[in-house]
Design a protein around this ligand. Structure first.
Ligand SMILES: [Fe+2]
Ligand SMILES: [Fe+2]
Length: 255
C-alpha cells in the first residue's frame, strides 16, 4: 500500500463549531498496536511534521463518529461504537442462549463475551473483556468471559462441544494454542464455574449468513438485572476500568 495514501487518510475531518479544536484540521495518529507488524508504516514522524497553527492532533469527539451520550450506557456502545460483525455475533449468541431457556447469567455472558472485539482490542480479548466489565457484573460472569477465550480451543464431548471448524479456517488446521492458553483452559476446567464459561463457548458460533434484525433492546431487562450501569455513565464513574470505556468513546485521541 502507498504510504502517502495511508497518511492522507489519517487527516481527520474538520468538525463544526460545536466540536473541539473547531476550525483546525485534526490529525489522527492510529494506536500503535493497530499498526505494528502490518507493513502500513508508522505515520508518527510524518504527522508530527504536519503540525501547524491550523493543523493539530485530534482530541475529543471525532465528527466522523456518532457523538456519545454524556452518560453512556452499555447499549450506547453497541449502537455507536462496536463493529457490525461483533454486534451481530454478540446479539445472535445471546439470543440463542435466551431462546434455549438458559439462565440469565449465561445470556448476559454471551452478550458480553467478545465485547473487547467491538472496538477495542482483539488480542487476548477474553482477558480484556473480562476486565472491562468486572466492576459492573458478577464475578462469575466476568470469569466466564475471561475463560471462554481459552476454552474455545478445547473440546468437551460430554456437552457436545467440538473444536470449532471456524478455527481451522481462521488459524490453519495445524495451529496449536500457546502454553498460557492451555494452562488457563486446564485451570478453568477444574473450576466450579467451568460450565458457565463452557456454555458461552457453546453459543459462540459465527453465523456468517446475516442474522440481521435482532433488536438489542430485547436484552434491556436482562442487562438491567445483571449489568450495573454506573450513574455517571461508562467512562465517567471513576472505576478502575473507566479509561477503557473512555478510549472507546474517544478512540482517536492523540494522548
Ligand atoms: Fe471470543
Ligand atoms: Fe465469540
Amino acid at each position: 500500500m502507498d504510504l502517502k495514501l495511508v497518511q492522507s487518510a489519517l487527516i481527520g475531518e474538520v468538525g463544526g463549531e460545536d466540536y473541539p479544536q473547531a476550525g483546525r484540521t485534526r490529525m489522527i495518529l492510529p494506536a500503535p498496536i493497530g499498526l505494528l507488524g502490518t507493513g502500513l508504516g508508522d505515520p508518527e514522524t510524518y504527522l508530527m511534521a504536519q503540525m501547524s497553527e491550523g493543523q493539530v492532533f485530534m482530541m475529543g469527539d471525532n465528527p466522523a463518529l456518532p457523538r456519545m451520550a454524556a452518560k453512556p450506557t452499555l447499549l450506547d456502545f453497541f449502537k455507536h461504537r462496536f463493529s457490525d460483525f461483533t454486534v451481530r455475533h454478540l446479539l445472535t449468541s445471546a439470543k440463542r442462549a435466551l431462546d434455549d431457556g438458559q439462565d440469565e447469567k449465561i445470556v448476559i455472558a454471551c452478550l458480553l463475551h467478545d465485547i473487547s472485539n467491538g472496538c477495542f482490542l482483539r488480542a487476548d480479548h477474553g482477558y480484556w473483556g473480562a476486565q472491562m466489565i468486572a466492576p459492573y457484573v458478577s464475578e462469575e460472569i466476568a470469569w466466564a468471559v475471561k475463560y471462554h477465550q481459552c476454552l474455545r480451543y478445547f473440546a468437551d464431548e460430554s456437552v457436545g462441544y467440538a473444536y470449532p471448524e471456524s478455527y481451522h479456517r481462521f488459524f490453519g488446521p495445524d495451529y496449536v494454542p500457546p502454553e498460557y492458553v492451555r494452562r488457563d483452559a486446564a485451570e478453568a476446567r477444574a473450576h466450579r464455574w467451568y460450565m458457565t464459561s463452557r456454555q458461552v463457548t457453546l453459543y459462540d458460533i459465527y453465523f456468517f449468513e446475516s442474522e440481521d434484525g435482532i433488536d438489542p433492546t430485547i436484552f434491556i431487562d436482562i442487562i438491567g438485572r445483571h449489568f450495573k450501569e454506573p450513574a455517571d455513565g461508562l467512562g465517567f464513574d471513576g472505576s478502575p476500568v473507566a479509561h477503557m470505556w473512555r478510549t472507546m468513546i474517544w478512540p482517536n485521541n492523540f494522548l
